[in-house]
Design a protein around this ligand. Structure first.
Ligand code: S3P
Ligand code: PEP
Length: 427
């Protein structure tokens, strides 16, 4: 048996560390940057070459989506490279259908791109994705001049969009997801009147919007605040950095296992807010060294609880919950009420599972508190949420008897997660 997602059993027993980890790893390519680069390259007439590409369920969804929009792709998974022949969607003809699978980014980025086409495009996904909020993006596209039909319950997938979308000014809430804003921004330059967004509530996940502007800039489009002028994307060669959310598990393992882990390819130059997860480990007592493109975390034997707002880096909240179990005082996480609308209600799920293992965890409206303890041998539910599986597995590095149900769900963003985790034990 290998530990690749394709070959994992129904339930996976996690092997506790027998020695402190001492390893250096390069996590897979960033999901968020891969899916942005694929959109920008698809909208840039001509040939772009993307390297460092993540191949996982979420990015396969985007590869299929940009193909459906008319881009031609040459994919070399072994070389982690995709060559994209981009198109101008405004000259497209013919109806298209996109299955975004479980991928929030794919669905929220492709709908505005599909709205540039003067033809009908249907966007749908798995039942899990259909349950996630979509209404603000539909409302915004309507305000910008596209025709959007609700094919199911209003405010949710599936929807059909028919462009062209004129663009101009639009009001958008920021407190549910930043992905609506990122998706609109990337389609913005190809809207006749450009795009000017006014946020009507506080924006969550802010670093992702900064990453959107950075990737757009690499493809020749400047974003000015929340305004995008009409213009065009330029094809380019773009190297995708490793995934900072994926790195959070590896760095957490160093803190939990009192060892040392270096993630290569991610450092102070990263476009991803989630590299700041290392700052939280430092606040808890781990030692952290950073260069432009490398982060090393060393466990010191001491881990203290912290009180932290994670609205900017919420994909690492479950990782922090796992670390918090082994601290010497409680950890409170705030500012993340919106993660109840992710793959599952992540606040409810993480608290339920920690409690299943006998840990005193408590949920509140916008976060949770973890009181440290010793996890009992437990088979954890994972809620079709890759981040539940990856975070709860960390408990098993120190506590015997941890089993992860449906471990295959890591395929969404990190198919080789359990291979990499085993590397820490082997080191
Ligand atoms: O734009 C992106 O790439 C993402 C934004 C975040 O979502 P929200 O903006 O919905 O918080 C994050 O949770 C997701 O994994 C990726
Ligand atoms: C929330 C996530 O993904 P998405 O919204 O892209 O489905 C995630 O990867 O944790």
């Amino acid at each position: 048996m290998t530990l690749h997602a394709d070959e994992l059993p129904e339930v996976l027993a996690v092997t506790p560390l027998t020695a402190p980890p001492d390893a250096s790893l390069r996590p897979p390519g960033s999901k968020s940057i891969t899916n942005r680069a694929l959109i920008c390259a698809a909208l840039a007439p001509g040939r772009s070459t993307l390297t460092g590409v993540l191949f996982a369920d979420d990015t396969h969804a985007m590869l299929d989506a940009v193909r459906a929009l008319g881009a031609s792709l040459t994919v070399d998974e072994a070389a982690r490279t995709v060559v994209v022949e981009g198109i101008d969607p405004r000259t497209a003809t013919g109806a298209v259908a996109v299955n975004a699978r479980q991928s929030g980014t794919t669905s929220r980025f492709i709908l505005p791109a599909a709205a540039l086409r003067p033809a009908r495009g249907v966007v749908d996904g798995t039942p899990q994705l259909r349950a996630r909020p979509f209404g603000p993006l539909v409302d915004a596209l309507r305000e910008l001049g596209a025709t959007v039909e609700d094919l199911g319950e209003p405010g949710f997938l599936p929807v059909a969009v028919t462009g062209p979308v004129a663009g101009g000014k639009v009001a958008l809430p920021g407190h549910i997801s930043s992905q609506y804003l990122s998706g609109l921004m990337m389609a913005g330059p190809l809207m006749t009147d450009g795009l000017s967004v006014e946020l009507t509530s506080q924006l969550v996940s802010v670093p992702y919007v900064e990453a959107t502007a950075a990737v757009m800039a690499a493809f020749g489009v400047t974003v000015d605040g929340l305004r995008v002028q009409p213009g065009s994307y330029r094809p380019t060669e773009y190297d995708i950095e490793p995934d900072a959310s994926a790195a959070s598990y590896l760095l957490a393992a160093a803190a939990i296992g009192n060892g040392r882990v270096t993630v290569e390819g991610l450092g102070s130059r990263s476009l991803q807010g989630d590299v700041r997860f290392a700052d939280l480990l430092e606040q808890m007592g781990a030692r952290v060294e950073r260069t432009e493109d490398r982060i090393t975390v060393t466990g010191t034997g001491a881990l203290h609880g912290i009180d932290v707002d994670m609205a900017d880096i919420s994909d690492t909240a479950q990782t922090l919950a796992a670390v918090a179990v082994f601290a010497d005082s409680p950890t409170r996480v705030r500012g993340i009420g919106f993660i109840r609308g992710k793959e599952t209600d992540r606040i409810g799920a993480v608290v339920t599972e920690l409690r299943r293992a006998g840990i005193d965890a408590v949920e509140d409206a916008d976060g949770f508190t973890v009181n440290p303890g010793t996890p009992a041998p437990t088979a954890f539910e994972t809620y079709e949420d890759h981040r539940m599986a990856m975070s709860l597995a960390l408990l098993g590095l120190r506590a015997p008897g941890v089993r992860i149900k449906d471990p295959k769900c890591v395929a969404k963003t990190y198919p080789e997660y359990f291979v990499d985790l085993a590397r820490l034990s082997a080191a």
